[in-house]
Structure formats: C-alpha cells, structure tokens
Design a protein. Structure first.
Length: 315
C-alpha cells in the first residue's frame, strides 16, 4: 500500500472531526479507530500529544508514517505508545489493575511522566500521558458524561468504580446536590480530588471514598443512604487481595445491590467495555432496562461497540 494512505486517512478523519471538537471545546479526541484500516492501532490526540494504542506490532515504517503525518496535520510534539496486545487470561479480557500500572512504551524509550490538563465541554481534567497504561480519562464516555451532567441538577449522585472521577465532575458542575465517588485505589482517589479542585468544586459537597464498590453498597444500606443516580462503569476484569472480579459474572449482584439504595424515581447508568458482554436480565431484581449505547458513542469514534451502556430503573 502506498505510504501516503495513512496520511490521507488521518487528514480525512481530522477534517471530519474539526467542527465537533472546535464547537465543544474538546482538546482530547480520537483521531483514528483500529477498525478503519489494516493498521492495528487507535490514535488519540491530547492537545499537542498523540497516544497510540497498539493492538499488534507495527513496523518502523508505519510508525514513521504515523508520526510524520500527525506532526504535519495537528502539530503533535510527543508520541506515547500503549501496549494493548491481549494478555494471557482465562476471560480473554485485559485486566485493569486496582492500582495504576506503569507500562513501558513498547516501541520507544520510556519518557518521564508527563501530566497535562485537557478540556471538554468546559470541564478540566488532569491526564498523565506516560506514567500508566490508561491516561486518566476514557474518551469514549464523553457524551455519556455530558448526559449524566444534564440529569444531575439537584440530585444525589453515586459514582462507583470512579477511576479519576470524570462522571462526578460533570454531575457536580451541573448542580448535583451531592456526589459520592468510590474507588479502591488511593492513587485514583487523590486524582479525583485534583480534578475537583481543577473545576473549583467544593470537597464538602463532593465526597471521595477509598472503598471497594461492593463494600460501599453494604455501608450505604447500613447508613440508610439513598441515591438518585448511580453510575456503575467497572473494569472487565480485576483482582484485589486474592479475589477476582469479572463484569460478565458479577454484574447482576452489583446492579441488584445498587437497586437497593436507589430512590424510587432514580436510575442506574451501567456500562462496560468487555467484548461480547451480555446483560443477564433474568438474574436482576425487578427493573426496566433501556439500551442507550448508540446515543453515548461520541462523534469521533467509528467503533460503535466502544462500550455497552444501559439505563436501569426500579420496576
């Protein structure tokens, strides 16, 4: 294939996305999905930096063409490669660790940690481009975050598996009465607090809990806490202290526990990105389920299975 094919595709993608990212004050977006061409990568732009997710090995020639194209098109200064090749695991999923995992760049020397601030829809988020496998913000949930923000005014919002707290930021910035962010990782809990500060959101209205989500549901029931909106966006698979979690196996219990602390007029946003995921409706407590996946995939993503997304309400 001609070397210019990569440039031509990236150029086309950039101009297709230009109005969307400019109109919505978006400084981090997906430029290329790995389902578009023979090239087994996905490319995300974070301001003047490129994150290149490698799902298989690429040649030095391909790497050079990607980098020269991005320098020309969007004035990229630095490139960070993330190894997304499958790991040996009985579930077929790539485990997301409880604590952030430092992952060497598979194709170029490891750079020192680079932290930047990006914006979307007027909200600010700290991102670490080089220190971990994940950056600190899942771009495929940008529109999901905006939708949650639109629903949150005056509501009490619980964000479980909160990661760096992006759903909490949108909820709080759009007038939530209170947010609870729950994550087992001390690193992520501190990251949530930094993102709250970046957006001038008071800690006294936005609480952060370093807890296992399942343990928090027990705590909430004991304290008679109730929530109008509960966000459950777990990893596909994780391990902690000898215990394993699989979203396919364990999601019914998670949802049922959430239904017990949900207000009668509230809803659960349940999402995950495990390939081939099937919602086990037959194991859920009485509820109504709406699939909103298509509504929540952003305009810069061509992979419409980037995540699964459901709204679940008490029956």
């Amino acid at each position: 294939m001609p070397q210019s094919e990569i440039f031509e595709l990236l150029n086309k993608n950039y101009h297709q996305r230009l109005k969307y990212i400019a109109d919505n004050n978006i400084t981090a977006y997906r430029l290329y999905d790995n389902d578009q061409l023979w090239l087994p990568v996905a490319i995300d732009i974070y301001a003047n930096n490129a994150i290149i997710h490698c799902f298989a090995l690429i040649t030095d020639e391909e790497k050079l063409e990607i980098e020269s194209s991005l320098k020309s098109l969007v004035n990229v200064h630095d490139f960070y490669y993330k190894d997304r090749t499958p790991r040996a695991d009985h579930t077929g999923a790539v485990p997301k660790p409880t604590e952030p995992e430092s992952t060497p760049n598979p194709e170029s020397p490891q750079k020192e940690d680079k932290t930047i601030i990006i914006e979307e829809y007027g909200h600010k988020f700290q991102c670490n481009l080089s220190g971990y496998l994940d950056i600190g913000l899942f771009l495929d949930h940008r529109e999901t975050r905006r939708w949650i923000g639109e629903q949150s005014k005056g509501k009490i919002v619980l964000n479980t598996f909160a990661y760096t707290g992006s759903f909490s930021i949108y909820a709080a910035a759009n007038g939530a009465a209170k947010t609870y962010s729950v994550d087992l990782s001390k690193t992520y809990c501190e990251w949530i607090k930094k993102n709250l500060e970046l957006n001038n959101l008071p800690h006294e209205q936005n609480w952060v809990y370093k807890m296992d989500t399942r343990e928090f549901f027990k705590y909430a029931k004991k304290k008679n806490l109730k929530f109008d909106i509960i966000i459950i966006d777990p990893p596909s698979f994780s391990r902690n202290k000898g215990k394993s979690f699989s979203v396919q196996k364990d999601h019914p219990q998670l949802i049922n526990d959430a239904l017990e602390v949900l207000t009668p007029t509230g809803f659960i946003l349940f999402s995950n990105n495990k390939q081939g995921f099937r919602l086990q409706n037959e194991k859920l407590s009485p509820c109504t389920i709406q699939n909103i996946q298509r509504r929540t995939i952003p305009a810069d993503f061509t992979n419409y299975n980037a995540h699964y997304c459901f709204v679940i309400r008490p029956a």
